[in-house]
Design a protein around this ligand. Structure first.
Ligand SMILES: [Zn+2]
Length: 409
């Protein structure tokens, strides 16, 4: 748990300066390690597994007997080290020595599972184990302003934010609060996050430590805190960003028709009320339940097409129409979680194009979910209040001091 960001920043500068000094003093005496193996007297060959290539083919030039490979493959069979699991396009390394006749002899085969984790197959001891590369975590600040015709993802990319970081912000932190399809030119964002590096190469986003989003001049802060055994994001006042209902039932959608008392029906060609919100999205886009609940209807009729109705508690019920297909297992009486996929966008029933018609009941009456007050989830607990406020205040100070100067033009 992070107690004070300043301490960490100061500490990391201190460590860096120690390292560089050490390197200068002992440049020629430090042993060199690769994949946790001292390779001072060894050679290394790096490559990528090609399609259909087996370990015996990979090692064919490294004087390894079939007997050894046989033993290794038998020992690893049906474990996470199974040699049949080696995937094409994965990087590998062979660590070897040359004998007096200059023939290479393999000592280790290293298979990289991803950018961080790898497996070492020791070809001498005939064993294998998993290990991790040393990850250098840095704390990064980014800030941007959404320009006309741009999106949050594009604006984020322009200031060096990865897609994954933008996804965490839009789909995991603010999914109850903001609909990122509706961002406006002039909306602003700032973020403080951990970025992981291996040998100076960016390998992924760590924890997002603080976010500020300004939408139509309203401020939305988000700070993670472990209040109930997991990290939830809270706003500046300690209110939970998680809500009982998700903002939308589909990702990457646009509202094609709002809830209204009167509209001209595109198929029936007459004026009638539209007691739902239509989200246009490509056919097959997953539709998720906006809250935990129990499926009470899952069937087809000629108006609604394939549709699902979910009862969330004794106050709220939601319904999702015109599905191309209802998701597997979504049947009457089945319990669903918030965000669980219940079907896929289509145009079955009375519909002109692929969309989901989202309907919402409160106390048995159909209402516009954007106009009624919806239940929040619990704010920061009394016991966590002081701890949360301490961290939040220091992070907010940093966020507020980040300027847009470098990007405003
Ligand atoms: Zn509709």
């Amino acid at each position: 748990m992070i107690k004070n960001l300043f301490t960490i920043l100061v500490l990391s500068v201190f460590i860096n300066s120690c390292n560089s000094k050490k390197n200068l003093d002992s440049e020629f005496s430090d042993p060199i390690y690769k994949f946790g193996i001292n390779i001072d007297t060894l050679l290394i060959h790096n490559d990528t597994i090609s399609f259909g290539q087996s370990l015996s083919q990979i090692l064919s030039d490294f004087s390894i007997s079939n007997l050894i490979l046989d033993k290794l493959s038998k020992q690893s069979r049906n474990t996470e080290f199974d040699l049949r699991l080696l995937k094409a396009d994965s990087p590998y390394s062979v660590i070897y020595t040359n004998d007096t006749l200059n023939n290479p002899h393999a000592k280790f085969f290293i298979y990289e599972i991803n950018k961080v984790d790898f497996i070492v197959y020791d070809l001498v001891q005939l064993n294998f184990y998993k290990d991790k590369k040393e990850v250098d975590t840095r704390i990064i600040y980014d800030a941007g302003i959404i320009q006309k015709g741009s999106s949050f993802f594009l604006s984020g990319a322009e200031v060096g934010m990865s897609d994954r970081l933008c996804e965490i912000i839009s789909d995991e932190i603010y999914c109850w609060t903001l609909d990122f399809r509706q961002v406006q030119p002039g909306d602003k964002f700032k973020v403080i996050y951990e970025a992981n590096y291996i040998n100076k190469e960016f390998v992924g986003v760590g924890k997002v430590l603080a976010v500020y989003f300004s939408h139509l001049n309203n401020d939305f802060y988000a700070f993670p805190y472990n209040d109930r055994g997991f990290d939830d994001y809270f706003d500046n006042d300690g209110k939970n960003l998680r809500k009982f209902f998700l903002k939308t039932p589909v990702k990457n959608s646009r509202i094609s028709s709002k809830f209204s008392k009167k509209r001209f029906h595109p198929v029936q060609k007459r004026w009638k009320s539209h007691k739902g919100t239509d989200y246009a999205a490509p056919r097959g886009t997953p539709i998720w339940s906006t809250a935990d609940g129990i499926v009470i209807v899952s069937k087809y009729n000629k108006y609604n097409g394939n549709y699902v109705k979910i009862r969330h508690n004794n106050v709220y019920t939601t319904q999702y129409l015109h599905m191309n297909k209802i998701a597997k297992g979504i049947k009457n009486g089945v319990r669903v979680k918030q965000g669980q996929v219940i079907g896929y966008v289509g145009s079955t029933g009375l519909a002109t194009g692929p969309h989901v018609c989202y309907r919402f009941w409160k106390h048995g009456k159909q209402v516009d979910p954007f106009r009624v007050k919806l239940p929040p989830s619990d704010p920061i607990s009394q016991k966590s209040k002081i701890g949360f406020n301490n961290i939040k205040d220091s992070l907010k100070n940093i966020l507020d001091s980040i300027t847009f100067n470098n990007i405003e033009n």
